[in-house]
Design a protein around this ligand. Structure first.
Ligand code: BG6
Length: 383
């Protein structure tokens, strides 16, 4: 278990405070973190959205999110009442001043020192306007520290990503900017580095001579969950592949970093990314889920949700360690079960000692790393 860390008192501002990301991920995580021993009351959360809500109604919505996340609602009530606020902003381009006023008011009444996080839990089209509005209202620098958190997709291609970066740097120093991928916060994902670099048994096997293929599968039970607008312009590629699954590829494929620090790990990841061959169209299969039944309830197909639901692709990493070892990446929504798993398939024995029909020789050795829901490592071999 993580030990309780003292978090600097601050105001956590969620742009997109009524959205799916805030409801499913941010609020349950923030609640657990901020009500940890010794933290209560020192950090406040301000949801910002277009909906016409007041603090009281917003707290009810957040408590509903806690129920969905299986958190004790009675215990969450005092936290919501004391630390949770809402500000309606109908037009972000012009709403900066209103937001700045509300922030100062909360900081004064809660005696906060002016440390602020701006978390953009927004559709990507809203990133630029929001960053500009925060900057123009002078909220990019405060009395304490100020941080900007951005999730994917960061632009839609290289040029739009560079443009967004220019805008970010117009208002914020790089040290203030956190471009995050929530997969990297999963314990089992962090464990991949420990598995590889805290053991000697795997390193001599971790290469093209011994590994036949690598399979990374992220299969989700969830469908679009009302996010058709976002998904239709983003798709599974930008929603899952270029971020979460690619991070898993780099952690599995990178060389041992010189140190276990952010910059050394980043440098090794970049080398892997530079070695990946451009994808050919016949190495990618796209799909859309159809309607069906989930837990006895009829759920609509992808097209009925007005909104590509699944992607399968083969990556080639052209470097000394991995040349010739395909990495298969798969992700899909509305799959039969929720499961994120990495399978490392080792090469087969060179000779079929026990007969070609024998099951003993047709199975490869495999290392199964299950990231969720039931975290586990399995090493399969024949005896
Ligand atoms: C998000 C995607 O980044 O990750 C969602 O936008 C997806 O579409 C989610 O459902 C999956 O994350 P997790 O942690 O639930 O596996």
């Amino acid at each position: 278990m993580a030990s309780a860390r003292r978090i600097d008192p601050h105001l956590f501002v969620i742009h997109g405070g009524t959205g799916d990301l805030a409801r499913r991920k941010l609020f349950p995580a923030l609640y657990r973190l901020l009500t940890d021993e010794g933290q209560h009351g020192s950090c406040h959360v301000l949801g910002v959205g277009r909906s016409d809500l007041d603090d009281v109604r917003y707290r009810e919505l957040v408590r509903e999110a806690f129920i969905e996340a299986g958190l004790p609602t009675d215990a969450s009530q005092p936290w919501c009442t004391e630390c949770l606020h809402y500000q309606q902003i109908t037009d972000i381009e012009t709403g900066g001043e209103v937001l700045a006023g509300r922030i100062r008011e909360i900081e004064k009444s809660a005696s906060l020192p002016g440390n602020r996080v701006f978390y953009l839990a927004l559709p990507p089209q809203a990133f630029s306007g929001t960053i500009r509005s925060i900057g123009e209202a002078g909220l990019n620098h405060g009395e304490g520290w100020t941080r900007l958190v951005i999730e994917k997709p960061f632009g839609t291609d290289l040029e739009s990503a560079r443009e967004l970066n220019r805008l970010v740097h117009h208002y914020f120093d790089e040290s203030q900017v956190y471009r995050i991928d929530h997969y990297l916060g999963k314990e089992t994902v962090q464990n991949l580095s420990v598995l590889r670099f805290a053991n000697t048994v795997f390193e001599s096997l971790w290469k093209r001579d011994r590994i036949r293929s690598v399979h990374i599968t992220v299969s989700e039970l969830l469908g679009l969950e009302g996010r058709a607008g976002y998904y239709e312009s983003t798709g599974a590629f930008r929603d899952m592949i270029q971020n979460h699954l690619t991070q898993l590829v780099t952690l599995l494929a990178m060389e041992p970093p010189a140190r276990f620090d952010a910059e050394s790990i980043r440098n090794e990841k970049v080398k892997v990314l530079r070695s990946i061959k451009a994808l050919e169209p016949d190495e990618v299969v796209l799909g859309q889920y159809t309607s069906g039944e989930l837990d006895g309830v009829q759920v609509p197909g992808y097209l009925d949700e007005e909104g590509v639901g699944s992607v399968n692709l083969k990556l080639a990493i052209d470097n000394w360690r991995w040349k010739g070892v395909p990495f298969f990446l798969r992700t899909g929504k509305r799959m039969p079960k929720r499961m994120t798993r990495i399978v490392i398939e080792f090469r087969r024995p060179p000779i079929s000692m026990f007969g070609s029909e024998s099951q003993v020789t047709s199975n490869s050795n495999r290392l199964l790393i299950t990231l969720q829901p039931d975290e586990a490592f399995h090493l399969l071999f024949e005896v």
